[in-house]
Design a protein around this ligand. Structure first.
Ligand code: BG6
Length: 473
């Protein structure tokens, strides 16, 4: 019983949230570089407002936690914790600075090659997200981001370069991070900016369809280049509960879940489900099918389902309740049975077991939890230590719930990577002080600090969890 042999324990990051070094070695400008800290961030992320060039806002991702220069030290610390895997993403504009060049940027390719080689030194298997919320600005100006079908070719070209160059170094790949985020944070998820008066559902569904076709083509390519490659989709998960046993609330919770599942249904089953076709039609939108798309989707489904889980969500049939907010990109009514983090994210370990069961029942493919964790403020004590017992508590309960799903319910789980194994920039708020890591980074919300790394109490705790394959929590 317990987690299977070779279970992939580790941690997760995304390029724009850790790397920094955005002007180094020929890297081009991306959407994520124009996401400032402060009150404009949310409106920019949702595609309502925008900035087209670097101005006097503070952009935290420009330096982030300087992983660009600290990766050796950071991977050594991950090795010390006993990581079996490290999830990271590729910054598209390091490889193709504009996105539509014919030849890739060698310096960008070398950077990731060095990272993967460093991982191998410690027996760490890289888990690579090809696209974690980044889109070259040049392609946004030229094509309007993923609205345009031309994006598919640019993305497939990127993936081909990666699969060929890192063949033998990387086996586990995710195509798009949290693909369902298109409906919530469309500029971040698809480089989408809304035009005045346009049918927004149409714009978002167009982007989603292009990403889904790109994902399928890339899955095909990965399998052709090396049949050992394992490709996953990635869902921002967290089941919706009905606020009451009123059937109207229950029905709403099913509809809310479906708005996320519809994308994964396509990636895992190979076709749009009927409810999605109706959902799109009802909103006067249509899927921009091109010849052969149906076959491309059908023939190239993913090998495993990965997802992030931070919390469950609650639905109400009352449209005035549970709106999308800056601190909670997914709309939810507050659940009175749960504790809440300092950022208003509710804490529900059993919800993880529920979510895992729902996803596994639905797809019957191996699952991979690639994000889970607690964003919290950490304090350095006088003796220099960081006593993050609250983080240990959160993770302990979630790992226990995950274990129950495996042991009691028979869910097939490949691995678990906690979010932000090293402190990083928050995607939602741009803050540095919403910390998730086992490793503290000396950097604050305004960009002050030395980038010094400090192990938190949770560092040794997680090391023990990994060493005992999750037996000693
Ligand atoms: C997920 C994203 O939505 O949640 C990450 O994949 C993000 O990029 C994480 O950082 C946590 O959210 P936040 O807003 O606390 O950074």
């Amino acid at each position: 019983m317990g987690f299977k042999e070779g279970f992939l324990w580790g941690g997760a990051t995304a390029a724009n949230q850790v790397e920094g070094g955005i002007f180094e070695d020929g890297r081009g400008l991306a959407n994520v570089d124009l996401m400032p800290h402060g009150s404009d961030r949310y409106a920019i992320g949702t595609g309502e407002k925008w900035i087209d060039r670097i101005d006097d806002h503070y952009f935290p991702s420009h330096q982030a936690v300087d992983f660009y220069h600290h990766y050796k030290e950071d991977i050594a610390l991950m090795g010390e914790m006993g990581f079996k895997t490290f999830r990271l993403s590729i910054a598209w504009t390091r490889i193709f600075p504009l996105g539509d060049e014919l030849e890739p940027n060698e310096k960008g390719l070398l950077f990731y090659e060095n990272i993967f080689k460093e991982c191998k030194k410690y027996g760490i298997e890289p888990l690579v997200t090809i696209n974690h919320f980044d889109c070259p600005m040049h392609l946004i100006h030229k094509f309007g981001g993923w609205r345009n079908r031309e994006m598919i070719d640019c993305f497939v070209k990127l993936a081909k370069v990666l699969f060929e160059r890192y063949n033998g170094l990387v086996k586990y790949w995710l195509t798009f991070n949290e693909i369902n985020m298109i409906l919530h944070f469309p500029f971040v998820a698809a480089g989408l900016r809304f035009k005045e008066g346009e049918n927004r559902t149409q714009a978002m569904i167009t982007c989603a369809h292009h990403e889904l076709v790109a994902s399928a083509l890339v899955t095909k390519l990965a399998h052709e280049i090396n049949p050992e490659n394992m490709i996953g989709c990635m869902l921002a998960a967290g089941s919706y509960y009905p606020e009451t046993c009123n059937p109207e609330d229950y029905w709403k919770s099913i509809c809310d879940d479906r708005e996320s599942y519809m994308f994964i249904d396509v990636q895992s089953r190979g076709y749009y489900p009927n409810y999605a076709l109706k959902w799109i039609k009802k909103r006067n939108a249509e899927i921009p099918f091109a010849e052969n798309d149906v076959n491309i989707l059908k023939e190239n489904t993913v090998d495993f389902i990965s997802f992030s889980y931070y919390s469950s969500r609650v639905s109400s049939a009352n449209p005035d309740k549970g709106k999308q907010t800056e601190s909670n990109i997914f709309a939810s009514v507050v659940n009175p049975y749960l504790d809440t983090s300092d950022w208003g994210w509710q804490i529900d370990p059993l919800g993880l077991r529920i979510t895992m069961n729902e996803i596994y029942d639905r797809y019957q493919k191996p699952l991979f939890i690639v994000e889970n964790g607690l964003g919290a403020k950490d304090k350095i004590e006088e003796d220099g230590s960081i006593q993050d017992d609250y983080r240990i508590e959160y993770l302990k309960k979630h790992i226990q719930a995950m274990k129950d799903a495996v042991d009691e319910d028979g869910v097939d789980l490949m691995g678990y990577t906690t979010w932000g194994c090293i402190d990083l920039i928050s995607n939602g708020t741009g803050e540095m002080e919403k910390r998730y890591g086992f490793i503290y980074v000396d950097r604050d919300n305004d960009g002050h600090g030395t980038f010094k790394r400090i192990k938190k109490k949770s560092f040794d705790w997680y090391k023990k969890v990994i060493a005992t394959n999750g037996e000693d929590l």
